[in-house]
Structures are given as structure tokens and as C-alpha cells.
Write a protein that binds this ligand. Structure first.
Ligand code: SAH
Length: 196
């Protein structure tokens, strides 16, 4: 398929912040994603007390699901509004602290300690800051990354996962000449070359 029309497109962090300010967040699923319900067992694989990563997390309600199941959730999101809305919409008390390794970044953590959301760009993270993860829920993340940044994103994600991790990825399939994205169309062949 021809994805040439999307290859050059760039959505800036400022534009994402504006989407949040304008309430232009059609991607948010109030009821959570049915595909995570369906494939929860594949993600967990019978394991308990996992560390689960939500890249480009928005205010995904699935973070609450995993935390309620006893897992430890880490997310990253550029919009502080999104992060604060997550905690307030679930009536979760939280505290806020700077991240010494990343200038300007803040980490918002539920008082219970099992949900930590980094407010910064995902490209500021590394395993020395956030550790490694046993599971990843990638919905609205790879497909939201600018096409020119996909390689960098995938390399980072590979670095952030443990050997025996499980990674669930949701993509969208459509004619990229008819919609400029995001979500961008990422062909399966490209996913294979990015993640091996
Ligand atoms: N995964 C979420 C949100 C998808 S929309 C869900 O399923 O609802 C993509 C989100 O990524 C937006 O909230 C946007 O603000 C955020 N974002 C965009 N670029 C980012 C970056 N470089 N680092 C961290 N977050 C980013």
C-alpha cells in the first residue's frame, strides 16, 4: 500500500496539548478497550504483580483495570491535563514530584503507589529511569508517533521490556490516502521490521 502521503507528517507536542485543551480527544475510550478485555490473559500469561507500561497513555482507563488487578502501572504522557484528569476521574489521590534525570518532567503517583505517570516526552525516558517492564499495552501509541520517529520509538520500547515480556499492540487499517492521521496507518510489514 502507498503510505507516502503520511510519511512526512509531523504532529508537534504543542498540537497534542491543544487537542487536550480543546477536548478534541476522540481517541479516548471511556469504557476502556474491548481488545484489552479480550487479550488480557495473553498479556498477563498467568503472572502476578507485573510491571505494565502504557506508552503515550492519555487518560486510558485500562491503567486503572491493571492496577486494580494488583499490577504496577507506569505511563508516559506529554499532557499534564490528561494525567490530572486520569487521577481525578477515578477519584485517586496522587502526589507530584520532579524527575531529577529529566529537566522539566514531573511524575504523578497515586498515593497507593501502584500507578506512576510521567509527564514528559516518551523520548526522555530510558530503562535507567523507569526500569524494565513485563507487559506493554500499546494502543494509540505506535500509531500516534510521527512516522519519522517510529524507528526511535520501537528501539526505545525494545529497550524498556524484560526478556519474558508480552507486548499487545493495536493498529488501525485504512487507506492512508484518505485520512492524514493520526492514527497513522502502520503496515504489518513495517511492524515486523521495527520489532523483529
Ligand atoms: N493511549 C491513549 C492515548 C492515545 S492518543 C489511549 O488509548 O487513549 C496519543 C497520546 O499521546 C495523546 O494523549 C498525546 O498527548 C500523547 N503524546 C503524543 N506525543 C507524545 C510523546 N512524544 N510523549 C508522550 N506522550 C505523547
Amino acid at each position: 500500500s502507498d503510505v507516502g502521503s503520511q510519511k512526512e507528517r509531523v504532529v508537534t507536542e504543542e498540537e497534542w496539548l491543544q487537542k487536550w485543551e480543546m477536548g478534541n480527544i476522540g481517541f479516548h475510550k471511556t469504557q476502556g478497550h474491548p481488545l484489552l478485555q479480550k487479550y488480557m490473559d495473553v498479556l498477563l500469561n498467568g503472572r502476578r504483580g507485573l510491571r505494565i507500561f502504557f506508552p503515550l497513555c492519555g487518560k486510558a482507563v485500562e491503567m486503572k483495570w491493571l492496577a486494580d488487578m494488583g499490577h504496577s502501572v507506569v505511563g508516559v504522557e506529554v499532557s499534564e491535563q490528561a494525567v490530572k484528569e486520569f487521577f481525578s476521574e477515578h477519584s485517586l489521590p496522587y502526589c507530584e514530584e520532579p524527575v531529577p534525570e529529566i529537566s522539566g518532567a514531573k511524575m504523578f503517583q497515586s498515593t497507593s503507589g501502584n500507578i506512576s505517570l510521567y509527564c514528559c516526552s516518551i523520548y526522555d525516558l530510558s530503562s535507567s529511569i523507569v526500569g524494565k517492564f513485563d507487559g506493554v499495552w500499546d494502543r494509540g501509541a505506535l500509531v500516534a508517533v510521527n512516522p519519522c520517529d517510529r524507528q526511535r520509538y520501537a528501539s526505545l520500547m525494545i529497550n524498556l521490556v524484560e526478556k519474558n515480556s508480552r507486548y499487545l499492540l493495536v493498529t488501525v487499517s485504512y487507506d492512508p490516502n484518505k485520512h492524514k492521521g493520526p492514527p497513522f496507518y502502520v503496515p504489518e510489514s513495517e511492524i515486523k521490521s521495527l520489532f523483529g
